[in-house]
Design a binder for this molecule. Structure first.
Ligand code: PGA
Length: 253
């Protein structure tokens, strides 16, 4: 299988308030994206901004923060995977901890993931991560269950359309990211889970990290963390810092 490009994903969450700011951030990210050689950048704005950014640009992809698994129907307030695809969305974040907190279960994430990769032909960024760590390793079981359930009945041939975003909840929105060394261990563990499930080589599916990534820690995390990129929250709204993160990822082997 061809080596896949690294990925820097910006998760804007419910930001920014001003449409003009949204346009300016995307302009800057697209400009920086055109200079990338070994990676791709994905921006996931709130749904309402999607159509503002669908113009193509090299190494730049439009993403979404969620998608309904049904193509259409009586689901007030929802947006379907198929609608997103037509507006140029090619990546969809699924199972983010902030959505799980609103009631999204592993089973719902599984349904959405199958629609996004199979029927939608897009790439799913599957978020997994523990709220806290314990000495007897229960959190490892939780990660395994999240991955197992979310990928149930996903055909092996569609795995290149799946990215696992490991996001320990305790690091999201916090002051510091997890240590590169602990991340390295976790990445090996996730690769083992995937290998046990699908018998795939360790580079056949991309694992990225999210949780307090910034321009200072990005370089060490990508060099020593054994991951293929990042899912970035707050810093993805600051073009200068996000560009630095993109550069750090792109310049590392
Ligand atoms: P953060 O958010 O980078 O602001 O910690 C990451 C995320 O929630 O995806």
């Amino acid at each position: 299988m061809k080596k896949m490009k690294k990925l820097i994903v910006g998760n804007w969450k419910m930001n920014p308030v001003e449409v003009e700011d949204a346009k300016n951030i995307v302009k800057a990210v697209k400009r920086a994206g055109s200079k990338l050689r070994k990676s791709q950048v994905v921006v996931c704005p709130p749904f309402v901004y999607t159509s503002l950014f669908s113009k193509k640009s090299s190494n730049f992809f439009l993403g979404a923060q969620n998608a309904n698994h049904e193509m259409s129907g009586s689901f007030t307030g929802e947006v379907s995977y198929s609608m997103l695809y037509q507006l140029g969305v090619r990546f969809v974040i699924l199972g983010h901890s902030e959505r799980r907190k609103m009631g999204e279960t592993d089973e719902i994430v599984n349904r959405k993931l199958k629609s996004v990769v199979n029927d939608g032909g897009m790439t799913a960024i599957l978020c997994v991560g523990e709220a806290s760590r314990d000495h007897n390793g229960d959190y490892l079981e939780l990660i395994k269950k999240q991955i197992h359930t979310a990928l149930t009945d996903v055909p092996k041939k569609l795995l290149p359309q799946v990215v696992i975003a490991y996001e320990p909840i305790w690091a999201i929105g916090g002051a510091s990211a997890m240590s590169p060394r602990d991340l390295h261990e976790m990445s090996i563990y996730i690769k083992k889970i995937l290998n046990d499930m699908f018998s795939i080589a360790s580079d056949d599916i991309r694992i990225i990290y999210g949780g307090a990534v910034d321009k200072v820690n990005a370089e060490e995390l990508i060099r020593e963390g054994n991951v293929s990129g990042f899912l970035v929250g707050r810093q993805s709204l600051v073009p200068k810092d996000f560009t630095e993160i993109m550069k750090a990822v792109d310049s590392t082997k």
